[in-house]
Design a protein around this ligand. Sequence first.
Ligand code: KIV
Ligand code: ZN
Length: 522
Amino acid sequence: MVKPEDPNRVLIFDTTLRDGEQSPGISLNTGEKLEIAQQLARLGVDVIEAGFPITSPGDLEAVQTISRTVEGPIITGLARTHVADIDAAYEGVKDAERPRIHTFISTSDIHIEHQLQTTREDVKGQARAAVAHAKQYCDDVEFSPMDATRADLEFTAEVCAIAVEEGATTINIPDTVGYTMPAEYTAYLERLYALVPGLRDVVLSVHCHDDLGMAVANSLAGVLAGARQVECAVNGIGERAGNASLEEIVMLLRTRGDAIGGVHTELNSRELARSSRLVSRLTGYVVQPNKAIVGRNAFAHESGIHQDGVLKERETYEIMDATTVGLDSNAIVLGKHSGRHALRQALEDLGFTVSGQALNQAFARFKEIADRKKQVTAMDLEAIVTDELREEIAGYTLEWFDVEASSRRPPHATVGVRSPEGAEMTGSFTGDGPVDAIFHAINSATGIEAKLREFRVDAVTAGQDALGETSVVLELDGRSASGQGVSTDIIEAAGRAYVRALSNAVRRRDVAEREALEPSAL
Ligand code: KIV
Ligand code: ZN
């Protein structure tokens, strides 16, 4: 990418689908990744890191699908310096409107000696060859010296200079293990600018992890030093403690950018809350209530003094307006008499283009819910569409269930589950509670002994008739997988979530078994 003309523009590089997807227990399938990527495009991120294509055929397929479908942002795929990685990354992004290859190699001695088991000279050679190889495919090439903040600065500078010489257009300096501190990081980057004059001609990027809770502060320190790309993830998900949180970076620059020379992003901040809900729903990673910007309580005032102040003048205790992050989007949009046309229009207003069979499916589901719930809000629709979309993924589906619950007899469940091959299987179980009974009945129907690790129920909106949203994390053969379900009936929502988690777990197990037979390059 050529450097933006506006020197104050900070590019947002979203890595929710790559670093974020590396969080334990997250296993998004292609449809889910595409849905997140489409939302990221609505949010207006500059770059989407869609995956790490060499790691599995599924990852490659997801990157290809996103590249072929999502318009607007640059789409990038990650690659080590190996030729096969770079070839796979290019296969992934080559059909994108604006493709980028992102290649990396560690420059810290601890990684070079223990993990790569090589020498500094070899690292320089690999960096040179990788950028040169990627450049044959793609003009837009990003290079990252991994673990840079624990590496020798002079050596990292030499490697970055090589990458720039070979044509890298973005140099990203990762704080891979979340070790640095703001002043130290600023000084590091300033020194790097001094040692690598060519750095001024490319985009300097920062990628900070949150192990010490410093990811956003360190990213800001990077911007102060001249970085004009920040790598971050929705809800701050990512390896270990996660990455810098996208919504915090965006609102920090929006709220305080004037105090730091007018730096700004071009994102549509009104899509932040919705992006956060979608990522939370699909990953099963709950957003803590007091999470900055997108937490349920981020704009709530409990103390009487604060409430009094805000009622008189919002700015007494609010530095941001909730509407700027999209927290006002819960207007009632439809009722039970609304027709297909109204549903389609409401979905389009939310940015979902649904037609044909998908619209029929969404309409049937909407009617079912509108019969039980008087008013359907924008947030309900979002939940329904996300829920319906997942039906398209080949896996098990819950066809029907009977659950008997009583305070006098143990609860009993019988279920009908359709297998990915189309066979209907039934199973029954008498459990400790109705949810336990339905989960075990699903195990009995499918013959898969998955173990429940987490179960959560949330309400999509307020009110007694609110849609219930459930999230299940289960474990199969030592691997965890999650699934979510939405319904006005929480037993049904729980059953739907469980079969989805089971489908994801089976898919992960099958991929692992295939990889054991044919080890991939990683
Ligand atoms: O944290 C890290 O160093 C990374 C690189 C691959 C950029 O994720
Ligand atoms: Zn990272």
